[in-house]
Design a protein around this ligand. Sequence first.
Ligand code: ADP
Ligand code: MG
Length: 737
Amino acid sequence: MKILKLENVSKYYKSAETVSVGMKNVSASFDIGEFVAITGESGSGKSTLLNVISGLDGYEEGELYHYGEETSHYTISDWETYRSSYVGFVFQNYNIIDSYTVYQNVLFALEVQGYPKDKRRKRALELIDRVGLSSHKNHKASKLSGGQKQRAVLARALAKDTPIIVADEPTGNLDSESSKQVMALLHEISKDKLVIVVTHDYAQVEPYATRKIRMHDGTIVEDVELKEFEKQEQPVKLEAKKVSWLTLFKISLRNIFSTPKRTIFMLILQILVIGIFTLIFSSQVKARRELGLMDSETYPQVPETRLLVERRDGEPLSSAEIDKIKSNRNVLTVYENAHLFHNNRNLRINLLNSHHNFYVSKTDSAKILSKGDVKGELPKEINEVVVSSYYNTIKVGDVIGLAFTPIYYYGGNLEHFVEFKVVGLDKLERRTIYFSEAYLTQEIVADIDVNLYNHVRQNLKDSLYCNLEDSVGFELEYDPNATLLYDIQMIKSDESQTYVVENNVNVKFHTYYEHTSTVILEVGSVGKVEGEFYGGLIKKELLDQVLDLSMQNYVSKYKIDKNMISVEVANFRKGDNFIKSIDQTIYKVYYPANISSPLQKFMLFIQGLISGLLLVGMGFFLYAIVHAVSKNIMASRKKDFAIFRSIGTNKSALAKMVVLEQVIMNMIGFVITMIGFYFLQYRFSNIRTLLDYMKFSDYIVLVLIFLFLGVWLGLRFNKKVFNQSVIQVLTLSKEEF
Ligand code: ADP
Ligand code: MG
């Protein structure tokens, strides 16, 4: 049975207005071993016949039999299988992948037909040698002469190892010497194949042709056998080969690296898009984390880099326990004197010898600062600090005091409990004060404790207020010079007023300084007056009792106790990891920056919604730009894709390849962007601040987003690649020549 048989095959070219005849009622059959020359004047239907035979183009009437099997019912994928397994192509315009080397062009054909991996290289070099291009094997195809290109195409057609080889005017663009070589090669490879050569220069093929077909006006007008040819055994029916993902991956990588200019251009675009998107993304993550950081009532001034740890039983942590926490991989440092951070909502910086003082929103160790973050020096001595440049009236060299604001505060210098010299200003402007390691790790803290204690006590005393059972409320003062008749007595506005005495009454004491320091005590005697009065006086013993209890409340609320330690971590992620790694049954861990209230949760939800929309919108906008640019690039690669298909890459393999290329480009872009950010964050603290907020899972989300966009772009390009038939594209590119 013959490999090909045409029976009255007709092919018409239909356009909107006209129908022209490509060929009409063509009947012929072909056998393996033949070397067929098709001649005829231009427009006589030679190419049409060849394209139909090779499955590049369909036909309207008649039947083409392949090993006796009708092909009129063939689907697109049947034709793909047919082309990839049976037909090798050589065209007038070489149709070589310009960006590949000769070796890569040949190798590609071996790869897509599933040639054994370990033998590919050897086979490719053999074939290159056979067409005499060994010395040019690593030259880019675009740098070759026409003859060399055509020989490379022949090597590739041989690599494909198909029973049929069609050549449409293969020497059309070659000088006579190259033409001779190419024809000789074609003949050489025709031994066990069917070779069909279209030429208008019959003399060139005459020495080799076993058969001559002449066409005229779309019909065969002459078909003569010139010589005997060696009959071949019938080849078995060939199966379409599947290209492995690994091979496709390799091809995709090669496509990326064989066009460095295009790749670099696309990468820069990708990096810009990925970079911008990542920054927007992390700014949203940051906004989210900062919402979760809204002033925590109990532990204000604690930044996201610090956690507070105590034992649940209230005992101090042993040095072995502290060492264990120090060796936790999420922990940077442990400060055993947690109270030295003065975590109090009312903490203020008092610029000495001035009337300026400032609210502090965070306190931290200067250890988290690097030299580049600070104008001036980092603090070393116990009495040195760095403050934010936010406090623009504070300069390097100034002396500041730390104080707690009393409730009735109308400005001016505050009574401070500790003094520092400012040695540097933090450029990050976080309204933070940074203490030296020396200060935070000092052994003797008694002075500061006493100062602080007295300071708080004084403030409590200054803002003491009481409410009697009948809910009369007034401010209480202590006057060492006054002799009091009762434990509490109102100050008369008029000497003529008399006291009404109540014994053993419950009195509620507050201080405005700390709202929660409410104390209820039974008071022995209260002297009340009817009518107007000016506040009240309190006896020393009762005052001390109230203040002691208030201080207890205060201390338990702000944990100014020595049994709590401070744990420094690098960022939120490390903080969260630390909490997970610690035994919660023994220790109580406070992460003030991470405490969230129902209101915060609601705000977080709203923020999530808004940033979600923003990110999706931005993502699509940025990718629309990438898409618009790459679309043109993809269009310029149409010819390459058509060649891939003519070599035997099927639709699905090509589709996978296009998607893989996009994904690989996206991932390379992502990695480069991240490496870039890694280095940039040392120069730009803004970038670092943003990236500090990113958790590992945030990066995973980013990778998935870019993966998705890569696949999405790839699939879109596939439409572009496949919306024209191979021959359409190849003839189009012919016109471009
Ligand atoms: P040859 O290769 O012998 O020069 P072709 O097979 O290319 O001839 O063309 C045969 C006829 O079909 C010609 O009349 C030509 O104009 C027409 N033809 C070929 N390709 C197309 C096409 N894509 N669209 C319309 N007409 C075509
Ligand atoms: Mg032609």
